[in-house]
Design a protein around this ligand. Structure first.
Ligand code: PHE
Length: 460
């Protein structure tokens, strides 16, 4: 990391800077592309009736997600500290209100919750790499693969083992620093993932149910849309773009002053959304060709993809490659989920990066067992939205991320003075800046607020 490439006459990051603009783009892409695109998008779209949900999700990405992503990066680069400290400094500087630090802190907490279940699912991915390698999918039908998956998640020792391994790897990589590992992983992982999805797409076309899959994904049926479904679409947009909790803000803190925030945000959002859609185009034809239920839930890709790998030529080989790539994609996202907390602990409590990562990792690891057990011993223990996993997921993704994003965009659009935000985004105050400001001040905050209020029945 180039310590010298710091900002000109402004604050400089305490953790160094990205070596280049490309390094930053790769890191944010690594954060955005992950289980959210391949695991979560298809199953949430399936649970919420398909087409209409997808349309609302796309609208949320463009009108809410993009401006908030830009806001987060600009705040990060302006503050050049961890999200908690950045919000404290900027709140103080712009409005004499250091209490904006609370928004950063809630992001740190959201990161803890999300990573606790994220790691469990990433563990499933690692276990499925081994299953693919050992030929467990060959010649199996939907029923037997469903049974195989059911038996696997019901075993807390196996799932707990993989969760532990995934968290351990994440802690080691976070300990190594902001750039090490991420850049190299993303450079070949994202293209490889896209190629593998395209190979799977060829299989999906051959199932004979491709048209049914496309129709499900793109033909909107608005009778399926409830307030909760719209909230789920909004939450998915935040989750998949890694926004609302400070992950991209933390990365923005290491961004050289001359890199364009707008270009980066558009490139990342475009790539991220395309990968999610591609994943949907693979999953749903397999669902319909095999009489599976699109609303199956979190196990959806673990029951559909093995069918494809079990039937296509060289399936075991592609299966291993796919789950390895997905594991890497999850890892680069997990690193960014931990980064705000670790940077905060390092900067505020003076711990070394290693011991900060170890402590943060330990808490998240322990919390993760609520999700591990949500699919086995605690599967019948339901309250609120369902199991512990359902509640942690709902609280962090559908509530904390949108609320965090709302506050961040209100801060960047209303509290921060125009000179400061224009300085970071578009110093000449051109049309891009004006459009951003319109979206960040009015469209995004109002839309998030309406969706939240609506989901909680305030308009009934
Ligand atoms: N965007 C990541 C994914 O799609 C998850 C994530 C959410 C990462 C929030 C960081 C912050 O898998």
């Amino acid at each position: 990391m180039a310590q010298s490439a710091a900002s000109t006459g402004q604050r400089i990051s305490l953790h160094g800077n990205w070596s280049s603009r490309l390094a930053f783009v790769l890191a944010v892409t690594g954060s955005a592309v992950g289980l959210g695109n391949i695991w979560k998008f298809p199953y949430v779209a399936g649970q919420n009736g398909g087409g209409a949900f997808v349309l609302i999700y796309l609208g949320c990405v463009v009108l809410i997600g993009l401006p908030i992503m830009m806001a987060e990066i600009l705040l990060g680069r302006r503050g050049r500290r961890n999200p908690v400290e950045t919000m404290r400094i900027l709140g103080d500087e712009e409005a004499g209100q250091p209490s904006w630090a609370v928004v950063g802190l809630s992001g740190v907490i959201a990161g803890f919750i999300i990573l606790s279940f994220y790691s469990t699912i990433a563990g499933w991915t690692m276990a499925y790499t081994i299953k693919a390698a050992s030929g467990s999918f060959v010649g199996q039908d939907a029923a037997s693969l469903g049974a195989q998956f059911g038996a696997f998640i019901a075993d807390p020792f196996a799932v707990g083992f993989w969760h532990t391994l995934f968290m351990a790897i994440t802690v080691v990589l976070v300990s190594l620093g902001v750039e090490e590992g991420i850049e190299r992983a993303v450079r070949f992982m994202v293209p490889a993932l896209v190629i593998l999805l395209l190979i799977l797409l060829a299989y999906a076309v051959s199932t004979g149910a491709f048209a049914a899959g496309v129709e499900f994904l793109f033909k909107p049926d608005f009778s399926k849309i409830t307030g909760t479904a719209v909230l789920a679409a909004l939450g998915q947009a935040f989750f998949t773009l890694s926004i609302g909790m400070g992950a991209v803000m933390a990365y923005g803190a290491y961004l050289p002053q001359d890199a364009s925030i707008t270009t980066t945000s558009f490139a990342v959002a475009g790539a991220d959304t395309s990968i999610a859609i591609l994943s949907g185009l693979v999953i749903f034809p397999i669902v319909f060709a095999n009489g599976l239920d699109p609303a199956e839930g979190p196990g959806l890709i673990f029951q559909t993809l093995p069918l494809a790998f079990g039937q296509m030529p060289a399936g075991s080989f592609f299966g291993v490659l796919f789950f390895v790539c997905l594991g890497f994609a999850a890892l680069t996202s997990a690193i960014s989920l931990m980064e705000p907390a670790v940077a905060w602990v390092v900067e505020s409590f003076g711990l070394s990066r290693q011991s900060a990562a170890a402590r943060v990792g330990l808490i998240i690891w322990a919390l993760g067992f609520l999700t591990v057990l949500s699919f086995s011993h605690l599967a019948e223990f339901k309250f609120g939205r369902g199991t512990f996993f359902d509640n942690l997921d709902f609280l962090s993704v559908n509530i904390m991320l949108p609320l965090g994003g709302l506050l961040l965009t209100v801060f960047a659009g209303w509290v921060m003075c125009q000179n400061s935000s224009a300085d970071e985004l578009d110093p000449g105050v051109g049309p891009v800046y004006r459009l951003w400001r319109l979206l960040a001040r009015f469209v995004a905050p109002v839309a998030v607020l309406l969706v939240l209020l609506n989901a909680f029945g305030l308009f009934d």
